[in-house]
Structures are given as structure tokens and as C-alpha cells.
Design a protein around this ligand. Sequence first.
Ligand code: PMT
Length: 418
Amino acid sequence: MSQPLQGERILLGVCGGIAAYKAAELVRRLREAGAQVQVVMTAAAGHFVGAATFQALSGRPVRDSLWDANAEAAMGHIELARWATRVVVAPASADAIARIAHGHADDLLATLCLVATAPLAIVPAMNHRMWLHPATQANVATLKSRGALAIGPDVGAQACGEFGPGRMCEPDAIVAALVAAHAVAGGDPLAGQRVLVSAGPTYEDLDPVRYLGNRSSGKMGFAIAAAAAELGAQVTLVAGPVHLPTPAGVHRIDVRSARQMHAAVLGALPQDIYIGAAAVADFMPARVAEHKIKKPTVSSDSGLTVELVRTPDILAEVAAHPQRPLRVVGFAAETAALADSARDKLRRKRVDAIAANRVGVTGSGFDADDNALDVYWRQTDGSETMAALGPTSKAVLARELLQLLLDRVPAAPTQDTP
Ligand code: PMT
């Protein structure tokens, strides 16, 4: 299932107010949407909800003081502010809004709001007269003028028995507003980019009924194609013989043999990114028998010798092609010496990155739903580096691989595209 707030690290400020109880549900919803959540409570919030509730729901100790030496030693408040990709204050009391608008730094939450460069969202919750007071309205306007997002408040019956604007929005509505903000801020990182992915095995026919194949299910490559499409790319997926549905928005070309995959991949150039996740056969029979190969009739012991010849190396050809994509990424499937083989492929095939996975073990590699990748690439100064992704589901791994490519793997120098 895709998680719309994947990658967000939300610093959630909880202020004093009866609506603080809704913040507990908000933490749960934010985490379900894929965000990491660090709760920061003001002193007043502690009168309404206990820190243990937030700690259990967020999976992180709650922060509530500038003067907590242990917490500061683990992650100082400046570091905490840097960690956040978004600061959300929910419920945001009139007092908190005023102090944030005026740049106070007399408690942890206000200080974090002052230090953080991450976008701020406030979710006001207060009595309707406090909300409508010109001071509050001016403070909210000040924050909005600096780019803050104000979510709500809702109009309705209030805890004080009065009716009007000031109720904190429901957690679902807050998450929806944050998802929309996340999409706008992040844009689609692969929008306008063409991504070509190969997936699955190849079958090399011996005769009309037999072939040489391998155990690839196509799951890894299909997950990459799906993730690239979700990130806005125009995706072409060249698929060997597999039994998987085509991911939404992906253009699929079905092939059977290495030679067909070679023709389909090279025929799909130019592209911006090529990711070769297919398990392409290295050898194919030199000849395909026109009829089913018969068992020898004379001697039952005599075996059968099949002459094999090399298949085209699709990855190396794409990397050497005049229309070379800006990023060419290969996979390495190994049962041993993963690092050496990956580094060797990185150099020999002249690709920008190699995602190495261990195969032949249960729970990862061929046909498994999960996998782990050691990704090797060359930095701009020519030195080689590695990042370990997973173990996790192939869907999550695909997103992490694409993010790594976008954030850390330098693109090859631009080629002239005839
Ligand atoms: O499909 P799944 O069941 O989900 O399993 C995923 C996987 C294990 C198949 C996948 O993660 C993987 O490792 N794919 C590459 C398998 C492979 O063929 O590795 P290799 O080390 O033999 O090849 C290295 C690279 O060269 C690969 O990018 C391969 O696509 C490419 N190659 C190989 C031979 C060839 N003739 N042409 C190629 O382009």
C-alpha cells in the first residue's frame, strides 16, 4: 500500500487544550500514512494527556523541556529542529500561536519553531472568542504571511458549551491537508522523466517445448516500475515471462528471450533512467530445434550436449549507447562475494550504480516479497561508496532505491540525443 507521507519526519507540537486528546489519534494516523512523528508537549498539554500515550503511539520518547539533560544529550533541540521535515502544532492554542508568531524561545516548542527551517502547520483549537479576537487573527495572519499553513479550525459545539469557530479539525482532515502540502512541496520528483525498467526472467528456447530459464518472478522490477510511476515518471517496463499485473500508468512490453529483451530495451531509448532488474540469461542455445528433441533410441545412456552461446549484454550496451540514459543502474544477483562482484560490474559495465542482492537464501532475492540491496555507486570524485537498503518489502525497497538515485547518485555527463 502506498504511504502518502512516506519520508516525512514530523515534529508534532501538542499544546494545552481539551483537543489534545485528538492529537493522540493524529499521531496514529500520521504514522499510518508513513510519517515518522516526534511529539513535543508544552507544559500545559501535560494537564490533558500523558506523555506515555504519545510515546506509545509515536514509538519515540516525548520531548517536553529545554532543560532535560538526558534528552538533549541524545538529540539536542537544534538537531531535533534540523531533523524535522515539517513542524505541525496540533492543537495550537491561542497562546502558542502568539508566542510562535512573536518569536519567543522560552519553552521547547517555541524554540524549535524558531530554529526549524521546515514548513510550519498550525491546527488551531480554542474558544471561539479567543479565535475571533483581533490579536489571534493578527498572529495567524503573521504566521501565514511567513508561509505557515493553517488547518482549520472547524465551526461547531465547543467543550465550553458555546458554539462557533475554534474546534480542532479531525485527524483525518489534518492528515489530508498535510498529504496535499507534501505533494505540492515534493512535487513529483520524477515528473517529466522517462524511466525504462527491465524485469523478470528470460526464457531461452531449446526446442518448441523446452527452454532454459531462471527463478525470477519479476516482483523487484515491477515494484520499481510502480514506484517510478507513482513518483511521476513516464515508465516503460520490458517484462520477461511473468504472471504479474501491469502497474498503474506503466507502458509494458512483454518479451520472452534475452534477444527480444535486448531489442525491446534498445528500441525504447532514449530514456532518462534505465534500471536493469531483469535476470537475463547469460547464455542461449546456439540453435533452437525446429521439432521436439527426441530421446536417443539406440543407447539409453547417451546424454545430450547443447551448445550455448553468449546473449547480448543489454546493460553494458545501454551504458555504452550513443543515447545513453543519464542514469544506468544494474543489479547483481550473487550467492557469494556480493561486494566484489558488484564493484566489478560497476566498473566493467560502466554503469552509474549497481544494486546487489544476495540470492539463493530464503526470504529475499528471487521470487520473495522482501529483499535487501547493497547499492554501490561512484561519487563525483571517482571514489566508490555503498548504501545498504532493507531488508524490507520490494515495494518499499523500490521507492528507497529511486530516492537514493535521485538524492545521491550523480548522473552521467549529458549525452547528445540525436
Ligand atoms: O524478479 P524477482 O523474483 O523479484 O527477483 C529479483 C532479482 C533477484 C531477479 C533481481 O533483484 C536481480 O538481482 N536482478 C538481476 C539478476 C541478474 O541477472 O543479475 P546478474 O548479476 O546476472 O546480471 C547483472 C546485471 O546485468 C543485471 O542488471 C542484468 O539485468 C544485466 N544483464 C545480465 C546479462 C545480460 N545478458 N544482459 C544484462 O543486461
